[in-house]
Structure formats: C-alpha cells, structure tokens
Design a protein around this ligand. Structure first.
Ligand code: OOG
Ligand code: MG
Length: 267
C-alpha cells in the first residue's frame, strides 16, 4: 500500500464530498492506502477549500474527542480539529432536514466567538492565548454524520472526513467576561433533550476538564496542520457527552446551565 500524493489527496477529498452530497456511506479510506495524520488533514483542508471555492466559506473551527466519553464511544484517543463551513450552520429553533444525511448523531457543545482580529493571532507562538481573542460563549449543538459505513473509522479517516462535521446550531451569545465573573465554566451541567426527555447529561468539565482548554488545543492543531482562524469565527469546543442518534420529526434541545439553550427541529 502506498501513501497518497497531492493529486490523490484532492481525489479523496472529492470522494468524501460526493458521499456527503449523495448521502451514501463509503469504505474507510485507510482500508485501501496508508493514511498519515498529515495526509488526512491535507484531505480535510482540500475539501474545505473546494467548498469555499464553490461559495461555501469557512465560518469557524471545531474540535472533536475533547470528551473522554466521546473518545471512548468512538475508540480513539487524540483531540482532532475540523472546519465549520457556512452551509452547515442552522439557525437556533430552525428546521433541520435529515433527508440528505447518512446516519446523523447529535451532541451538546459549547461555542466561542472570536474577535475580528483573531485571524492576526500568531498561532506558531506557544504563548499566544486564543482566550484573549474570545468575546462570547453560547450553547451549541453539533450534528455529526460520518461519511464512513457504520460510523466507524480510524483517527486518520475521521480527520480526512472533516471530523464528521455535518450541521451545527448556536444559541444566544453571552459575553464571556460576564459569564466567567459569575460562573465556573468547568462546572456547568449540560443536558441534551429530545422531545422533552433528557437523552444525555454531562458537565462542561467533560470538555478537556474545562472548555477554555479547547482554545489551546485549537491553537496547537491549527498551527500544526495549517488551519486559519476566521475573523469573527466560531469555535465549537467539542461534545460534553456521547453522541445520540437523531430521528426525524423531533425537537432537540441542548442546554448549558446558566448559559442557555439552543434547539433544532429535525425534519
Ligand atoms: C467525530 C467528531 C467528534 C466531538 O465533539 O467530539 C466531535 C465523530 O465522533 O464522528 O465532533
Ligand atoms: Mg462535536
């Protein structure tokens, strides 16, 4: 088995993008070739660039596997970074059609909003603290939808597949300083409800011990693999619980104690 060259990375990005467009799962890329983590991020970034060129620009970044429960659910260890594209965003309270998705799952998350000048942050400087660039925090939910059969993959596969990113919704932004003045961000209860029933519960502390630690992970991974910060962009800090399969015709609500709720109606 050989490793993919630059042209092959483009072909693999197109294969994943076609799978997403058709709503059909494909075999894990790592079954047919040797896939390094660097090649996997290369495929992910080519895919994001192709979407941007087609009029769907990045609006932020997301972390995956920041929660131990999630990492155990998927059998992986490392934290991973993905790109949030504009078309993936669904408004709070809006309809979210599942028709085009393969086997969607939902997870409750926390989102950070970056300042306009965040894109000027020197990511290669280890003393750069992205917290200095965060203005707001909000409850969020992410819908993940692996393009791989059976939602099963290696770390490299899921990185190439843009960390299963499919849809996300963000609730009302609160000023981070004000929230931190009255709350310990590492100890807020998180709840995911479907049609009024709690289907997953956890704590913001499940996100790397403290969701603010997500910012250091974003700096490190973005610098290492070549992701850019979007001015005024969104950062999804990662799930606080395991992901829950989504069904059509339900009302899904993610709540972070003291911060608020965000919802979508699946169709
Ligand atoms: C990868 C995405 C993980 C999170 O919040 O942990 C993720 C997957 O589980 O398919 O988004
Ligand atoms: Mg997630």
């Amino acid at each position: 088995m050989a490793s993919p060259d630059a042209a092959a990375l483009g072909d693999l990005a197109r294969e994943l993008s076609s799978a997403a467009a058709a709503g059909r799962a494909i075999e894990q890329l790592s079954r047919q070739r040797i896939l390094s983590l660097t090649s996997a991020y290369g495929i992910q970034l080519v895919g994001a660039r192709m979407r941007a060129e087609a009029g769907d620009p990045p609006v932020g970044l997301k972390l995956g596997f920041t929660s131990r429960e999630k990492a155990a659910q998927m059998g992986v260890r490392d934290v991973i970074l993905g790109v949030l594209s504009a078309s993936a965003q669904v408004s709070d309270g809006a309809a979210l059609p599942l028709r085009t998705l393969i086997h969607p799952r939902v997870e409750p998350e926390a989102a950070f909003l970056l300042r306009e000048d965040a894109a000027t942050a020197d990511l290669s400087d280890e003393t750069t603290d992205l917290l200095d660039y965060v203005t707001h925090i909000a409850p969020a939910l992410e819908v993940i939808d692996s393009r791989y059969r059976d939602f099963s993959f290696s770390l490299e596969d899921v990185v190439a597949d843009n960390t299963s990113a499919a849809r996300f919704a963000v609730g009302r932004w609160l000023e981070l300083g004000a929230v931190r003045a009255s709350r310990d961000l590492a100890r807020l209860a998180v709840r995911l409800e479907v049609d009024g029933t709690a289907v997953a519960t956890g704590s913001t502390g499940n996100i790397l011990g403290d969701p603010l630690r997500a910012l250091a992970a974003v700096r490190r991974l973005a610098n290492r693999y070549g992701h850019a910060l979007t001015p005024g962009g969104i950062i999804l800090a990662g799930a606080a619980t395991a992901a829950v399969p989504l069904r059509a015709g339900t009302n899904v609500v993610a709540t972070i104690e003291g911060i608020g709720s965000v919802s979508v109606r699946t169709g």
